[in-house]
Design a protein around this ligand. Sequence first.
Ligand code: PXG
Length: 288
Amino acid sequence: MKIYIDGKYYDQKNAKISVFDHGLLYGDGIFEGIRAYNGRVFKLAEHVERLFCSAKAILLTMPLTPEQVTRAVVDTCRTNKIRDGYIRLVVTRGAGTLGLNPYKCTHPAVIIIADKIQLYAKEVYERGLDVVTVATTRNLHSALNPAIKSLNYLNNIMAKIEAINAGCEEAIMLNGDGYVAECTADNIFIAKSGQLQTPPLAAGALHGITRGLVMELARQNGLAVSEPNLTRYDLFTADECFLTGTGAEIIAVVKIDGRVIGRGQPGPVTGKLVAQYHQLTQVSGEPI
Ligand code: PXG
């Protein structure tokens, strides 16, 4: 595997960054998780755009233009002969001093890893996920806005630990007001009486690229899509529930906090969206 760091390729064992990099010392940096399918990078323009928004929000001056980032991602896939895979695009603040001051870091590092994807097991897609709501609330937007895809994922990791300790693979995170925000690496949707609902971004969620596409597909299917504040009760009493994310794609949720959702198996609204999503991944994207 060849890893891209600042315009050069390194073998895995030589792909290293400084211990003074503020990405390591403080989680000061940003990233994107991207998928390639069938020789194309899916939704690359959207990921690059979100990366630049994250950079803007944390006052990180990108060392590359969006076009250069796009080309670097595609080149890294080509160099690694990736046709189907997972791309991790990371921009750290760069090496600095031991203090927090990011202005002492003069060279942000751009890192691109293109690897195989590890998904949920096939049975989990067929059966659906069992998830729990956890006590760790999602970061407040006034503290560290969940819209920023930053390298500081401790909030999500602590929620993930709670889920794993409860015997589940994903956690539902609430915001400071007790409304549903999102999961640790996925957005959440419910279907109820033929309508699709997902928490508003202001509830504290990443502007998920899969979320956006699923909303678009659902509208094309003639479903009404809305973004109301959702409570746990709304989830418990939904006909269907599913999660969306680049890694997980679309995965049904069949149990939440011990309550069986709908019929306890992936439902028809979810199934149709999954099929449409898979179809799109095979035919669109930036050619490698
Ligand atoms: N919320 C959070 C907190 C995320 O990290 C999503 C929602 C879904 O967004 P997209 O744009 O991917 O539809 C994410 C996704 C992985 C992985 O390996 C995924 C994410 C982060 C880290 C790992 O599946 N982000």
